[in-house]
Design a protein around this ligand. Structure first.
Ligand SMILES: Nc1nc2c(ncn2[C@@H]2O[C@H](COP(=O)(O)OP(=O)(O)OP(=O)(O)O)[C@@H](O)[C@H]2O)c(=O)[nH]1
Ligand SMILES: [Mg+2]
Length: 313
C-alpha cells in the first residue's frame, strides 16, 4: 500500500498510520511529508485552548456535528498534556468523541504532549499536514495551552479560540500571561452556570483595558453540553476567516515549512557525518570521553571542523 496515495484518498487507517510515524519522528515520516506536501495548505485550522475541564472536547464534539451538517470533512488533533503512560484524559476524549468515530469523513486523534523528539509542535504541524492532504476542510486542534510548547501548537492555527469558564477566578490572570494576545475569539463556555455573568463582565472589562481602542476579539457564549451557541461560534469563525488577510494565513504555512527545512538539513548533515566518521573511530571517541580524557564538545568540534573542509559542490 502506498501510504501517501491512501492518505490523499482520505483513507482513515492510512491517516492513523501516518500520524504514528510523525509522532515517533521516524525517518519514513520525512519521506511521507515530502510526498504529501503538494497536497497541503488548503484546510482551515482552528486551535481550541483553555484550562483542563473547560469543555474543549465537549465543544469540539458539538462543532463536529455542526460542521458535518454543513457537509464539511473534519480532522481533530487533541494534544494531551498528561504523560503518554497515564492515558486517562486520552480515554476520556475518545469516549466523548466516540459518536463520530464511525463517520469516514471524520478523523480524531489524541497525541501525547510529551516525548516527541522533534517537539510536540512539529509533530502536531505534521499531523495537520497529513489531515490537509487527506482533504479535511477543517482541522480542530485541542490543547490545554499551558506550557511554551503548547503555545507553539496554538500558533499553528489560522484561528484561535480561547475558552473561559465561570468560577475559575484566577483564570483571566493565566491568560494575561500569554494566551490573551493570541485569542481570535473568546468562548465563554458553561454559560448555564450562575457565575457566568460575572466572568463575562470581567472579560469585557479586561478587553476594554487590554485593547486600548483596537477592535476586540468577539466573545461567544456557549453551553457545550447542550450545543448552545455552537452555530454562532462557527459563523464567527467563518466571518473572521473571511476578514483575515492572506498574510496572516500564510504565517502558519511558513512555520511548517521552516520546520521541514530544518529537518531536511539536519538529516543531510547527519548522513554526511555517518559517511565520514567510521563506527570504529566513533567508538574510540566514546571510550575516550568515558575515561574523561576528553569532553564530548571537543570531539564534536573536531568532527565538525573536519566536515567543514569537505567539498559539497
Ligand atoms: N454545565 C456545563 N458543563 C459542561 C459544559 N461544557 C462541558 N461541561 C462539562 O465539563 C466537563 C469537562 O469537559 P471536557 O469537554 O472534558 O473538558 P476539556 O476542556 O476537554 O478537558 P481536558 O481535555 O481534560 O482539558 C465535562 O464533565 C463536561 O460535561 C457546559 O457548557 N456546561
Ligand atoms: Mg479534552
Amino acid at each position: 500500500m502506498d501510504l501517501a496515495q491512501e492518505i490523499i484518498k482520505g483513507n482513515t487507517r492510512a491517516i492513523g498510520q501516518a500520524i504514528s510515524l510523525v509522532e515517533n519522528n521516524k525517518k519514513a515520516a520525512q519521506e511521507l511529508i515530502k510526498k504529501i506536501f503538494p497536497y497541503t495548505g488548503e484546510s482551515l485550522v482552528v486551535g481550541i485552548t483553555g484550562t483542563p475541564g473547560s469543555g474543549k472536547s465537549t465543544l469540539v464534539n458539538q462543532m463536529i456535528s455542526c460542521l458535518r451538517k454543513n457537509g464539511k470533512k473534519v480532522g481533530v488533533v487533541a494534544v494531551d498534556p498528561s504523560s503518554p503512560f497515564s492515558g486517562g484524559a486520552i480515554l476520556g476524549d475518545r469516549i466523548r468523541m466516540m459518536q463520530h468515530s464511525v463517520d469516514p469523513e471524520i478523523f480524531i486523534r489524541s497525541m501525547a504532549a510529551r516525548g516527541h523528539l522533534g517537539g510536540v509542535a512539529k509533530a502536531t504541524g505534521e499531523a495537520i499536514a497529513i489531515l490537509e492532504a487527506a482533504g479535511k476542510n477543517l482541522i480542530l486542534v485541542e490543547t490545554v495551552g499551558v506550557g511554551q510548547d503548547e503555545v507553539e501548537v496554538v500558533k499553528l492555527a489560522d484561528v484561535v479560540l480561547v475558552i473561559l469558564i465561570p468560577g475559575a477566578g484566577d483564570e483571566i490572570q493565566t491568560f494575561k500571561a500569554g494566551l490573551m494576545e493570541i485569542a481570535d475569539i473568546f468562548v465563554l463556555n458553561k454559560a448555564d452556570s450562575p457565575e457566568a455573568e460575572k466572568i463575562e463582565n470581567q472579560l469585557m472589562a479586561m478587553l476594554e483595558m487590554g485593547y486600548g481602542g483596537k477592535e476586540t476579539p468577539p466573545v461567544v457564549k456557549t453551553v457545550a453540553t447542550e450545543g448552545e451557541g455552537v452555530e454562532q461560534l462557527i459563523s464567527e469563525i467563518s466571518r473572521l476567516v473571511a476578514s483575515k488577510n492572506q498574510e496572516s494565513r500564510s504565517a502558519r504555512k511558513k512555520r511548517l515549512i521552516s520546520w521541514m527545512l530544518r529537518d531536511i538539513i539536519g538529516e543531510k548533515i547527519y548522513q554526511i557525518v555517518t559517511q565520514n566518521v567510521q563506527d570504529s573511530e566513533f567508538e574510540r571517541y566514546v571510550e575516550k570521553i568515558y575515561k574523561k580524557e576528553v569532553d564530548p564538545y571537543t570531539i564534536a568540534d573536531k568532527i565538525v571542523s573536519r566536515l567543514k573542509k569537505l567539498d559539497f559542490s
